[in-house]
Design a protein around this ligand. Structure first.
Ligand code: SF4
Length: 436
């Protein structure tokens, strides 16, 4: 366990205060103990949503001091500052990490669908000198992105075919995917939806289009579950997010809403007391957090997840299996164990989707099976995600498991356990069925 990165920060004091009062108290606490109160920005930016009352980790503190010497702690903890200062060009990025020739070329001649964007916070986690750093591989392009191989498609899951109105993907009868924005704070180079990210047609998602999507959901009584995704829904303001949640909450047949997000990982400052106070009004609300590697489990990210869990939001993780990033049992074990400590249940392990330029990220299917085999039985069942292939062509998620049932013999089911030993289960019902 990376114990030095978990739970070693100040905890928020408990209390039942409203978000605004709570946040105001934190302003006072912060100002009392901060040497930066004289900064004009701190005085101007006292809104509750600007604050994240946890200490920054030593790593990000050193990074901020070195890379952003004029930036106050309060600015650093302001998620809007992080968004506005996301690193998007080669010159800024090269001041922060020593770009390899390969990365520099990819940045300079970048012509693919997916722009580059990295929050300063997430940049603080990258290894400045090692292009093989797993987090760096996820967000800094390389020339392999230009290599398009057989079977790769812009929309490999055929989502656009199942889109009855803009922003809605209705594949399974009882649930819909609602793409509420085309923006993320940090772009993953393997993004399944790179075709829609920051595209003008989707960028104009606005209240009118949201209304059309909500009308569609209201008009389909079999939709009991709505997954807000994008882009990243938590890049929206509290007001816009609440506008959406309040409307969905009013639809009687919508039993639950889920939010798919990477924000707690790449922009933990976004998880403010004001946000969680607002979110808890719309239960049952679930959240799936896109987590890739144990290096992402920082004190800031841990604090953000614990705050969401304390707001009563069940947290699950979605992890994409990526070559030379997280494709070994030891890394995945550290990841799932770390997640459980911050109350995030490993939910799905995805085989990487075949978008154009993804071959350097994709692993053989056997690698995923090997990882599940290395987890199942070797650790608590809560720690084992379901390994799925989202079937190209629109077949939906198909779970894959190593072979544990190895056949029948004389009416017994032959089973292989996690140690490779064989056991028998008297499967009399199957035998009786055969006789009749
Ligand atoms: S957070 Fe999700 S939607 Fe955004 S770039 Fe990463 S994979 Fe794509």
């Amino acid at each position: 366990m990376e114990s030095e990165t978990l739970f070693n920060e100040e905890e928020e004091p408990p209390g039942q205060l409203t978000g605004l009062v709570h946040a105001k108290n934190n302003v006072s606490d912060f100002l009392l103990f901060s040497s930066e109160i004289a900064q004009p920005y701190a005085v101007k930016q006292k809104s509750s949503s600007a604050l994240f009352p946890f200490k920054d980790s030593a790593r990000s503190r050193i990074f901020r001091t070195n890379q952003y010497p004029d930036i106050t702690r309060l600015e650093w903890f302001d998620w809007r500052w992080q968004l506005h200062n996301a690193i998007r060009d080669v010159d800024t990025l090269s001041q922060i990490i020593n770009l390899s020739d390969n990365e520099r070329q990819a940045m300079m001649h970048h012509s693919g669908a997916l722009p580059v964007s990295i929050t300063p916070y997430y940049a603080s986690l990258l290894d400045a000198d090692d292009p093989a750093d797993p987090l760096r591989r996820c967000v800094v392009p390389v020339v392999d992105e230009c290599l398009h191989t057989a079977g790769e498609e812009e929309d490999p899951l055929c989502e656009d075919v199942d889109s009855p109105v803009p922003g809605i993907i209705h594949r399974y009868p009882d649930r819909v995917l609602f793409l509420v924005t085309d923006t993320c704070s940090t772009y993953c180079r393997y993004c399944t939806r790179s075709r829609i990210i920051e595209r003008s047609a989707h960028r104009s998602l606005n209240y009118e289009k949201w209304n059309t999507a909500i009308d569609y959901i209201a008009g389909n009584k079999n939709v009991r579950d709505v997954l807000l995704s994008g882009g990243d829904p938590l890049t929206l303001s509290d007001e816009k997010l609440e506008w959406l949640l309040a409307r969905l909450h009013k639809i009687r047949h919508v039993e639950m809403v889920r939010i798919g997000t990477k924000v707690p990982v790449v922009l933990p400052q976004r998880i403010t007391p004001a946000l969680t106070t607002m979110l808890r009004k719309y239960h049952p609300l679930w959240m799936s957090i896109h987590i890739t590697h144990p290096k992402e489990l920082t004190p800031e990210m841990s604090a953000a997840c614990i705050r969401l869990a304390d707001a009563g939001i069940p947290l699950g993780s979605q992890t994409v299996l990526l070559a030379n990033v997280n494709d070994d049992v030891a890394t995945m074990t550290r990841l799932v164990h770390g997640q459980l400590q911050i109350r995030v249940r490993p939910y799905y392990l995805y085989q990487c989707d075949p978008i154009p330029g993804s071959s350097h990220f994709r692993t053989p299917i056997n690698k995923g099976l090997e990882i599940i085999q290395g987890l199942r039985g070797h650790t608590t069942g809560y720690a084992v995600p379901t390994y799925v292939v989202d079937a190209p062509g629109g077949g939906g998620k198909i779970p894959l498991l190593p072979e544990y049932a190895i056949g029948w013999e004389n009416g017994d089911l032959l089973l292989r356990n996690y140690e490779g030993n064989t056991y028998r289960y008297p499967d009399n019902h199957a035998m009786l069925k055969d006789i009749h």
